[in-house]
Design a protein. Structure first.
Lengths: 537, 389
């Protein structure tokens, strides 16, 4: 849709007074500490996310090892609860969200023809506080009494009156993560609204940019709510307030309302950019335009708006008035309409295209199928009377891992494979990538699909030991888990090889059907791009 | 745009063909649906049956949607490949198609919403109960109290610690068995008044399709009317701390006449117990008796937090072994066990344990693991503290 009239080569050789920009990247470790370059910061975010993905994954391995058979074998229940809690926090705030921010950093300026993010110094700051947030969180695991053990949803009063002293560290680290996210979101919004190349109207922006713009508004709306929730937990625990304590006039259920008012939009924060990625990849390898660009934009906006009025579907068993249950049930069901529009759009884009199945496309297709499975189980969960049976069982665990692992994480992998050759200038190791794809695809389904069965059969989530009837499936789930964990080491090797610039050089366009500004600049993308904005017709 | 026309008839046929191929899968899925290790249970109440029906309705709608959407996609993946020389079409944006795939899902949603709403209304109608039972969760046990009757008791996990630690073989109902199950009559509307003494728990019996959170300081209502006598098992469904996985629920449904006999009997036993308690107040037990009974009570009630070794879990649950408080403050020690310690996980055990039991367990903790205070605490001492003497 967007075409450049003056080629990047022209802009690159154009004369500039401030030629300090035009030396490549500085050398040494300080390059990374002091950098304000959107590509460097994007790389930092992506590496950080990948490391956190491996750390959080290691915790999942502990969980699955303990659940391999009935009885307690490896860890005690208190440590098990710390593992489930910190696994969730790390994967949400440390892996998925920073990975999307990293992709936004790399891609948004290149897609809209901007030289960098609008606020480069803040960009550096919003990344560099993140490692400290997670060091604080992880260090709490080594304190006496251990780290947070109340689930990533930290329901009061388990997280207040009944929690350990490390709660203070948990609260502090969540605050830092929140500040980082808000700054990242401000940067994305300011960049997109102010720095688009001439001619790049809003309705000409690539879908990835659109979905990130909407995501950034969601972040700004709800991260302060999370900050409020953790602050109230902090004062309830340490300073004698009673926000969530009925004995002092508070209400523990109010915590859940506040948390999920953040938590549900948060879920879409983790999936809207994924929709954007898939909407970039599917047209490329179908060699056909996205079927309904405008309807995709409107569907994304509708999902974002609806996400603010469905939060209590996480709380159907807390004892709400029946009218409220009805409202939240119907509102939740409505979300499936715009989500369906997205899936139909991708399928219609593939329909009668000229399909090829390179690695990014394979991940994208796996995303469409497996995310849809997660979406359909989400629709089942919306039905309040049946949710009473599903709630807090492994059925829910299966549902959100389908949307978050085979949804968000697969989309991130698809994105990395799609844009990696542009970043490094070399084609990644395709054989390794195929191994990574097939091993991941098979193991992830062995891991998460049987969770539907044990959940329906009555296995609650967040338990370190279980009744004998669940033993067989849990064994398979654990085997799938270990295999999925190991498969990611293939990805690690592949990425390391790519970062060492091994592989065949690629063209500027990289993929035959790729369209957009980022495919018109050289591969690898120069350290500075679009010093002079391109003009988009 | 030419999605319509001859091509789409062809593709419709292909989708129908794919659907036919799926028939064996459907029949397999139908038979699998009846297996309790794969699917939701139909349960033993009219409500749970309706819920099961809704679940299966939702499941089949989802399966059909998935087959159609993925079917179209797989056809495209097979036929519209570049390697087969398929040139890309150039269509995009079609208002009719886009309206259709917005409106049709909306209609499907209404088909789902109507029966769901009606079942929900039934589930939430807690009026006119025949019997009310107060259900109180606490870390990590349930307490049941029959309203208008003199019967109340705690219900704790009955699986042995050695089974959990893999030292003894696990029984058939491992982790789903309790020392004292809840007993309810069949055919009557039983209302549960659910609350908590500490953190949030959730009372769940899948066969009744009842799951309701137990919130501290608030009372939730739920109800059931069980059609068949039997033993029904469930678990706490809301993360409630360390032993969340170890607080099961067992409900026995008895014929009303049998239930009446049972509850009369329980009332009589409760009265006898109170008389026995009075009698024991005047009696002194020997150190051996106190220590033996105290050890048993300690291991079933206290050891979950303070550990069998008395060493606690540093940072979470304090050690009793060598504790200066225990060694130096006999009255304070009894007081903490009787009244609990506000703002911590230490509960008031006067509700769960009799005075002689408290005496025994306090004596035990004052003399076990090298806590050699040589103090004996008798039921009378506990009674004096409770009476404020």
């Amino acid at each position: 849709m967007a075409t450049v009239t003056n080629t990047p080569a022209d802009t690159h050789t154009a004369d500039h007074g401030h030629d300090d920009h035009h030396h490549g990247a500085p050398k040494g470790i300080l390059r990374w500490v002091l950098t304000t370059n959107h590509k460097d910061i994007g790389t930092l975010y992506l590496w950080f996310a990948f490391i956190m993905f491996l750390v959080g994954g290691a915790m999942a391995m502990v969980i699955r090892a303990e659940l391999f058979q009935p009885g307690l074998q490896i860890v005690d229940p208190n440590f098990f609860n710390q593992m489930t809690t910190v696994h969730g926090l790390i994967m949400v705030f440390g892996a998925v969200m920073p990975a999307f921010t990293g992709l936004a950093n790399w891609l948004v300026p290149m897609m809209i023809g901007a030289p960098d993010m609008a606020l480069p110094r803040m960009n550096n700051w919003s990344f560099w506080i993140l490692p400290f947030a997670f060091l604080i969180l992880l260090s709490s695991l080594f304190l006496e009494g251990g780290g947070p053990n109340f689930g990533w949803t930290f329901y009061a009063p388990l997280s207040t009156t009944y929690s350990g002293d490390s709660t203070a560290l948990f609260v502090f680290s969540v605050h830092i993560m929140g500040i980082s996210s808000i700054m990242g979101a401000i940067n994305v919004i300011v960049t997109i609204l102010n720095m688009r190349a001439p001619g790049m109207t809003l309705m000409k922006m690539p879908m990835f940019v659109w979905t990130w713009l909407i995501t950034a508004f969601l972040l700004i709306a709800v991260m302060p709510v999370l900050a409020a929730a953790v602050t109230m937990v902090l004062t309830d625990k340490f300073f004698g307030t009673s926000f969530f304590d009925a004995a002092g006039g508070g209400d523990p259920v109010m915590f859940q309302h506040i948390f999920w008012f953040f938590g549900h939009p948060e879920v879409y924060i983790m999936i809207l950019p994924a929709f954007g990625i898939i909407s970039q990849i599917v047209p490329t390898f179908s060699r056909k335009k996205l079927f309904g660009y405008a309807s995709m934009v409107y569907a994304t906006a509708s999902i974002a708006l609806l996400s603010f009025i469905v939060w209590a579907h996480h709380m159907f068993t807390t004892g709400m008035p029946v009218g409220a249950e009805m409202f939240f049930m119907f509102a939740t069901m409505l979300i499936s309409v715009p989500t369906g529009v997205k899936v139909f759009n991708w399928v219609a884009t593939m329909w009668r295209g000229s399909l090829t199945f390179e690695i990014p496309m394979m991940f994208a297709i796996a995303f469409i199928v497996l995310f849809t499975i997660g979406g359909l189980s989400g629709l089942m969960l919306a039905i309040t009377p049946v949710d009473f049976q599903y709630h807090d069982t492994y059925f829910v665990v299966a549902h959100f891992h389908y949307v978050l692992v085979t949804g968000a994480v697969f989309s991130i992998m698809a994105a990395v494979y799609y844009w990696l050759p542009k970043w490094t200038g070399k084609m990644f190791d395709v054989t390794l990538a195929k191994w990574h794809f097939w091993c991941s695809l098979i193991s992830v389904n062995v891991l998460f699909f049987p969770m539907h069965f044990v959940g329906l059969a009555g296995m609650p989530r967040r338990i370190p030991d279980y009744a004998l009837q669940f033993a067989d499936f849990n064994k398979w789930i654990s085997i799938g888990g270990f295999a999925f964990g190991l498969s990611q080491l293939i990805f690690l090797v592949l990425i390391v090889k790519a970062c060492r610039k091994q592989g065949e050089p690629v063209t500027d366009q990289v993929w035959e059907g790729a369209e957009g500004l980022e495919w018109e600049i050289p591969s690898p993308a120069p350290y500075h791009t679009f010093d002079t904005p391109p003009v988009v017709k | 745009m030419d999605i319509s026309g001859e091509k789409s008839v062809k593709s419709l046929k292909a989708v129908m063909g794919l659907l036919t191929l799926c028939v064996p899968f459907f029949s397999f899925a139908q038979s699998a649906a009846e297996r309790s290790d794969l699917n939701l249970r139909r349960g033993v109440t009219d409500i749970s049956d309706q819920v099961y029906g809704l679940h299966m309705l939702m499941f089949w709608i989802c399966v059909v949607i998935a087959v159609i959407v993925f079917g179209v996609m797989f056809i495209a993946m097979l036929k519209h490949r570049k390697s087969k020389g398929h040139a890309p079409a150039n269509f995009h944006e079609n208002v009719k198609v886009e309206i259709a795939w917005t409106v049709v899902p909306f209609i499907i949603l209404i088909v789902m919403a109507v029966p769901a709403a009606s079942t929900l209304m039934d589930m939430e109608d807690v009026s006119k109960p025949d019997l009310s039972i107060e259900v109180t969760g606490s870390q990590w046990k349930w307490h049941y109290k029959y309203m208008d009757r003199e019967v109340e008791f705690f219900s704790l996990l009955a699986s042995q610690r050695e089974q959990i630690e893999n030292k003894f073989p696990k029984g058939e109902n491992y982790l789903l068995e309790v020392d004292r199950p809840l007993v309810i009559p069949t055919g009557q509307k039983v209302r549960f008044l659910i609350t908590s003494d500490d953190v949030i728990h959730s009372w769940w019996v899948p066969d009744f399709a009842v799951k309701k959170d137990a919130n501290p300081g608030f009372i939730n209502e739920a109800w059931t009317r069980v059609n068949e006598p039997g033993v029904y098992r469930g678990q706490c469904a809301e993360l409630c701390g360390k032993d969340h996985g170890f607080m099961p629920i067992v409900v026995i449904a008895k014929e009303p006449a049998e239930f009446d006999r049972w509850i009369d009997e329980q009332e009589r036993i409760a009265q006898e117990k109170r008389a026995e308690e009075e009698r024991l107040l005047a009696m002194n037990m020997s150190k051996e008796e106190l220590m033996a009974s105290g050890e048993q009570i300690y291991n079933s009630v206290c050891a979950a937090c303070h550990q069998p070794s008395g060493e606690g879990l540093p940072g979470a649950f304090p050690a009793l072994k060598g504790s200066a408080f225990i060694l130096n403050d006999r009255q304070g020690h009894i007081d903490v066990v009787v009244n609990g310690r506000a703002g911590t996980a230490m509960q008031a055990f006067s509700k769960q344990l009799s005075m002689s039991e408290i005496a025994a367990v306090v004596t035990y903790t004052r003399n076990a693991w090298g806590n050699n205070t040589d103090d004996l605490v008798q039921a009378k001492d506990v009674n004096d503290l409770i009476q404020g003497k």
